[in-house]
Write a protein that binds this ligand. Structure first.
Ligand SMILES: Nc1ncnc2c1ncn2[C@@H]1O[C@H](COP(=O)(O)OP(=O)(O)O)[C@@H](O)[C@H]1O
Ligand SMILES: CC(C)(COP(=O)(O)O)[C@@H](O)C(=O)NCCC(=O)O
Length: 322
């Protein structure tokens, strides 16, 4: 048994803050209302190599959408009542959802599915999604700081700018811009994304559940997750995530890497052995250590943990009850 699974079991035995439901018990919670995704839409939302099926959407993502909707309704009531008590004339505050997990675990598919399903839920809320990679420091700055081989580690992001972005959206600013990262050029671009007062903002990224940093004087500030109303951690065993990463790397060689503009274009023409050795190295020296040191330790901070099995299907769901 892995250390983290053993810890989960110990937490359960001690009556910990989560309730764990297996896939079937979780699926039964859905009331099978009107939300449906056709195969074409689902194909558009899936990440490369991600096999998420309609059955998975129904069994896992519909109950999750309903649970989020419930939280959203009650959070809305609470804000309104609290603002009335304080005599504040504030517009509705966007409901912010964080989606965290390792590189290659399938966070993007989860985030895109939630965006689509939530926007079809009662009241048809306007949902916007941003990924945190736009807030990575540009390669030149990472190089200046000596951390170009630490892309994805917490220190490789402009955390202050990311937090400012979420605070600005949450405080109702009419237009808030976020920088855009390109996997193709392997760097932050000059493009920006503009978020216009959504009802729901989804923030997806490796480190969105990181706790606040301790300042040199021993005090702590606010963390990005202090502005989340709900969060999802997409979880799986590291050996499974590692093999999804390696398979995706091979698939990218035949697709994105063969574009002459791709930063990785030399891996498209390299021998299989050399390319595989490179992908192993990136996992073993960057993404694996980042998962173990920084990403996985934030898992207990999530409202919901989706635990995937080796076939990518969610096997069980843990929900914070306290
Ligand atoms: N080098 C790359 N070139 C093009 N697309 C990539 C590259 N690396 C990752 N991607 C794509 O970027 C998205 C985000 O990947 P990642 O950060 O690993 O998160 P996750 O797999 O959890 O969604 C995925 O859709 C993936 O297919
Ligand atoms: C861009 C990422 C850091 C993910 O960023 P996120 O949107 O999760 O903030 C990751 O997908 C990645 O490309 N890591 C780089 C590992 C490497 O140096 O190749």
């Amino acid at each position: 048994m892995s250390e983290s699974l053993a810890q989960d079991r110990a937490d359960d035995a001690a009556g910990g803050p989560y309730v764990q439901l297996d896939r079937n018990s979780w699926a039964e919670l859905a009331d099978h209302t009107d939300i449906d995704l056709d195969e074409g839409t689902l194909a558009r939302l899936r990440g490369l190599g991600d096999p998420t099926s309609r059955e998975e959407v129904e069994a896992v993502y519909l109950p999750l959408t309903q649970l989020i909707h419930l939280h959203m309704r009650h959070t809305g009531h609470l804000y309104r009542a609290s603002n009335a008590f304080l005599g504040l004339d504030v517009r509705r505050t966007p409901f912010v959802i964080g989606v965290a997990g390792s590189v290659a675990v399938g966070k993007s598919t989860t985030a895109r599915l939630l965006k689509e399903l939530l926007s079809r839920s009662p009241g048809r809320p306007r949902v916007e999604l941003i990924t945190t990679d736009g807030f990575l420091y540009p390669n030149a700055e990472l190089e200046r700081r000596g951390i170009l081989d630490r892309k994805g580690f917490p220190e490789s992001y402009d955390r202050r700018a990311l937090q400012r972005f979420v605070v600005d959206v949450k405080s109702g600013m009419p237009e808030v811009t976020a920088p855009v990262y390109s996997h193709m050029v392997y760097d932050v671009t000059d493009e920006v994304e503009v978020v216009h007062r959504p009802d729901i903002l989804i923030v997806e990224g490796l480190n969105v559940l990181q706790p606040a940093r301790v300042r040199s004087n021993g005090t702590t500030g606010l963390a990005l997750s202090d502005f989340f109303d709900f969060s999802v951690y997409v979880d799986a065993a590291e050996q499974d995530i590692r093999s999804w990463y390696l398979e995706r790397f091979q698939a990218l060689r035949k697709t994105a890497f063969s574009d002459p503009r791709s930063f990785f274009k030399r891996y498209a023409t390299m021998s299989d052995e050399e390319a595989t050795a490179f992908a192993h190295k990136v996992w073993d020296e960057i993404n694996g250590p980042n998962l173990r040191l920084n990403v996985a330790p934030t898992r207990p901070r999530a409202t919901v943990i989706l635990r995937k099995g080796a076939d990518h299907d969610v096997e069980c769901v843990r929900i914070r009850k306290l």
